[in-house]
Design a protein around this ligand. Structure first.
Ligand code: CDP
Ligand code: CDP
Length: 214
């Protein structure tokens, strides 16, 4: 069983994907971390994230880098969104994500293009969303907790800029797959959002088995 969870920054897709993986006993891959690892490598090597060749040269990072908490900062997220627009970077990371998705027993992946590009045949696709203001408030709260003093306006501007770049790129832009189920978490607690996600997955699986698919 493959579950694809896509959506914009701070929509809650990571929280939901992790909870679904736990609930169904499946391995989980946060694919944003791969683009963040490329971004961190570009910065460490003092290369230019806007240059496709520089970004591609940074795709051979070791697996151990994915555990580095530094990858999760907003600055790395911003550069990740720049390197992820290069078609050759996406191509370099494609097989690794497909292999993870197609492992025996199944998997949960979250990102921007799981349902559209990485696993178009996923059994269940969720598209998680929330208003930009609410997403900015969530990010802002996370940053404050981490001791970073940045204004809500600045966080909102960054979120809008990243949404825009992710949705407007020509290669695998952020968009809801035609067969994805939308889940708006704007006014849901984490617990309520997770419950809703589980019930959407169960409903989709029951419908698939009733029609003989899956
Ligand atoms: O957690 P958050 O949504 O803020 O970011 P992320 O999922 O870690 O992704 C960081 C950046 O990587 C995004 O802004 C996208 O540009 C890119 N990304 C992508 O292009 N495709 C994916 N499947 C996942 C992330
Ligand atoms: O993976 P993504 O960037 O889409 O978001 P996340 O890391 O799952 O969630 C971003 C923040 O919003 C986290 O601090 C979550 O605890 C919080 N959140 C929330 O307040 N309400 C929800 N329904 C989902 C997430």
């Amino acid at each position: 069983m493959i579950i694809a969870v896509d959506g914009p920054a701070a929509s809650g897709k990571g929280t939901i994907a992790r909870a679904l993986a736990r609930h169904y006993g499946l391995p989980h891959l946060d694919t944003g971390l791969l683009y963040r690892a490329v971004a961190a490598t570009v910065l460490r090597e003092e290369l230019d994230p806007e240059k496709e060749a520089d970004a591609v040269a940074s795709c051979g990072f070791p697996d151990s880098l994915l555990d580095d908490p530094q990858l999760r900062t907003d600055d790395i997220g911003k550069v990740a969104s720049v390197v992820s627009a290069h078609p050759l970077v996406r191509a370099a990371l494609l097989q690794r994500q497909r292999r993870f998705a197609q492992q025996p027993g199944g998997a949960v992946l979250d990102g921007r293009d799981i349902g559209t590009v990485i696993a178009p045949d996923a059994d269940v696709k969720l598209f998680v969303k929330a208003t930009p203001t609410i997403r900015a408030q969530r990010r802002h709260a996370e940053l404050r907790k981490a001791g970073q003093n940045v204004s809500l306006d600045r966080v909102l501007a960054d979120i809008r800029a990243r949404d825009d770049r992710d949705a407007r790129r020509t290669q695998a832009p952020l968009r809801q797959a035609d067969d994805a189920l939308a889940l708006d978490t704007s006014f849901l607690s984490i617990e309520a959002a997770v419950q809703r996600a589980i019930s959407l997955v169960d409903t989709r699986l029951a419908a698939a088995s009733a029609t003989g698919r899956g």
